[in-house]
Design a protein around this ligand. Structure first.
Ligand code: SF4
Ligand code: SF4
Length: 252
């Protein structure tokens, strides 16, 4: 067993109490969108936890393969919501991703995006029209609002090349709603933190939220600068960066 795998096994021991709660009943099979797509036991929560258990028990040592299976989860939470034993699958997979990150580091370009780009929310909002054009030029639409990378970009984005991309908004939500939005007959005031996704991608949701609140007499303050909430870092197993980004939001 290599030193890295030994370390991974040692760290996975922290998850033992959570893993043992799975009764292997298989209810999660019926709700997992990935299992529905490819019918592989390794795609479903039960299968992933079985593999983590096997690594923990020293029955298998191919930590890199297990990392791939654990990374192959959209963290939708359907398995947790439907689990009769109340297994905290979301917590298990997030923590397992962070532990398994020791085996295969995140590609440097992805780390750079997390650190630099996500740390520059003002710049990101300004560049929104550019992202919009970039997705339009470098990807083809496979469904309404869903794109897949093509051609020139593919070699630069590694495994992301097979992923679907959402359509980026032509302009950031903060361009129209950033700052204080005064309701006509004000009854109360709120702060709405849209985060990066609603600021740059799902701007229609943000617009609907602000307009609905204004309609009901609620004035809305939308911060001009929306720091990253840290979720992208957490889902990629970069827990150190995640904690740093959460801390920055508290200070802000
Ligand atoms: S995670 Fe829950 S639903 Fe899935 S096999 Fe384990 S106990 Fe059953
Ligand atoms: S969280 Fe992952 S394993 Fe659970 S249902 Fe969603 S995709 Fe499947």
């Amino acid at each position: 067993m290599s030193a890295i795998v030994e370390n991974v096994v040692k760290d996975l021991k922290q998850l033992e109490d959570l893993l043992v709660q799975c009764s292997r009943c298989g209810t999660c099979q019926s709700v997992c969108p990935l299992y529905k797509k490819d019918r592989q036991e390794s795609s479903v929560a039960r299968g992933k936890m079985y593999l983590l258990d096997a690594l923990l028990e020293g029955q298998i040592q191919k930590a890199e393969e297990i990392q791939q299976y654990v990374d192959y989860c959209v963290l939708c939470g359907r398995c947790k919501a439907n689990c009769p034993s109340g297994v905290k699958t979301d917590e298990i997979f997030l923590r397992a991703r962070a532990i398994l990150r020791q085996v295969k580091k995140l590609p440097s370009w992805q780390k750079m995006v997390l650190k630099v780009a996500m740390g520059q929310p003002k710049l990101l909002a300004r560049l929104a029209p550019l992202f919009h054009m970039g997705v339009r030029a470098g990807a083809k639409q496979v469904e309404d609002g869903v794109f897949k990378p093509i051609g020139l970009f593919k070699p630069f984005i590694g495994e992301m090349a097979d992923r679907h991309l959402p359509e980026m908004a032509a302009e950031a939500l903060t361009k129209k709603y950033g700052g204080f939005n005064q309701a006509k007959d004000e009854k109360m005031r709120v702060i709405f933190y849209p985060g990066c996704a609603t600021t740059l991608i799902y701007t229609g949701w943000g617009e609907a939220i602000v307009e609905t609140l204004l309609y009901f007499g609620v004035s809305v303050y939308v911060p001009e600068v929306n720091k990253c909430c840290g979720i992208p870092s957490a889902t990629m197993g970069e827990m150190g960066l995640y904690q740093q980004q959460v801390g920055e939001n508290y200070d802000y």
